[in-house]
Every structure is written in structure tokens, then in C-alpha cells.
Design a protein around this ligand. Sequence first.
Ligand SMILES: C[S@@+](CC[C@H](N)C(=O)[O-])C[C@H]1O[C@@H](n2cnc3c(N)ncnc32)[C@H](O)[C@@H]1O
Length: 231
Amino acid sequence: MLAPMRGAAATALSELEREIDAPGGGLDRLRLVPTPFVPEVRLHLAEDAIVWWARMEAAVGHALPPPYWASAWAGGQALARHLLDHPELVAGRRVLDLAAGSGLVAIAAALAGAAQVVANDIDPYAVASVVLNARANRVAVHATGDDLLDSAGAEADLIVAGDVFYSRTMADRMLPFLQRAAAGGAEVLVGDPGRGHLPADRLTVLADYPVPTTEPSVDSSLRRVQVLRPA
Ligand SMILES: C[S@@+](CC[C@H](N)C(=O)[O-])C[C@H]1O[C@@H](n2cnc3c(N)ncnc32)[C@H](O)[C@@H]1O
């Protein structure tokens, strides 16, 4: 049996449970909605994450990390779609969803038949949202909040990471971790919409998908998103 959630993630879970149970709607609320490119998975997402963030900071009286978990990122959506459409990548395997945010990719792995799924994110609210989203989709996902990126690797057969190359600091830690894991025998898959810090020369493209985007765009409501693995 898994240990109960403790500390900051337990506090965040209580806060998010109160949020989703509170009556009413509006831009500053979370809603349980089908993910645009992965409608098999429903997630508690913010109608407007910035507005939700501002209200929560005002309510708790201190700064909170950006609620990345309250959006379905293009990279995670493509990766989740890829796993559901290729269940042979996942079936019977131990999967780690790194920088899991909402847990979308972890939930897709569980639905695709993984033997065990761990979703890791350093934001306690993301850990809490993984718990709530796994519950909403009736799958077993173990959510953890340790920072794994400086470790030697992970006990997983498949490591998935959606939209993780969004900053230089993150990219500089993420790529070496994924390369160590791959060298240690894990299969590694990344989903990325061409973010500025994607180390494209170190990765091989396996597939690409046209993912509907909710991000501001001047010319298209679709983003081409690649699924890649370390070269
Ligand atoms: C852009 S979001 C992507 C979330 C999700 N993978 C998706 O595609 O929807 C990036 C996530 O990385 C998490 N993160 C940042 N640094 C991390 C670290 N060192 N270890 C684990 N997660 C981290 C953030 O908290 C955030 O939830």
C-alpha cells in the first residue's frame, strides 16, 4: 500500500478538493473537461490559469508557483495521444511521467495498460492535481514530488516527458537526466512543440501531431508537436 500524501502536497490536495467541490463557475474556476487532443482523458483545468492563480494567491495570502498543472500543454497532449495510439509502447511496463503537471501523460499510460505509473513533479499543486485527475479517470497513478533530475536514473522501463524544454535552466538539467536514463536501458519519449530550448540535435523525431492550442497565436489554432527520443 502507498503511503498517504504528506506536507505541502497534502495541503495542496485539500485546497484543490475544496476548489472542485465549491459550487459555481467562472473564469477563475477549475473545470473537469475532456482534453482537446486526448478526449479519452478528462482533466481539472483552469478556464484561465492566470486568473485562477491570482485568486488563489489572494486567498492563501502568499505567492504560489505558476499553475502549469492547470493547463494541458501541447507537448503532453501529443505524447499522451502517442501512447494511447501505440499501447504496445506501454503495456506491462513501469512508466515514469517526469514533470507531469496535470498527469495527462501518466493517465494515458495507465489507460494504455502500463503495469505501474509514477507521475513526478516538484510543484505540490501538480502532485495534488495528479491525484485528483487520476481519480477522475479511475486509474492508479502514484504521484511524487521529489526532484529527480540530479539522480542517476529512475526505476522505470519507459520515461515520458511532455513540454519540458521551456527554459534554459530546465533544459540544462532535463536532457542529461534523460540521456542517463536512456543509457541505463530505459526507453525515453519527449513531446515538444518546438520550444526555444529543445535540444533538437540530440533527439530523433518519431512522430508529429497537429495539436489544437489554447495559447495565443496569430496564424493558426493548431501546433505541430513532435514526439522524440534521445539520439
Ligand atoms: C510546461 S509544464 C508540462 C506539464 C505536463 N508534462 C504537460 O505536458 O501537460 C512543466 C512542468 O514541469 C514541472 N517541473 C519543473 N521543474 C521540475 C523538476 N525539476 N522536476 C519535476 N518537474 C519539474 C513544473 O512544475 C511543471 O508542472
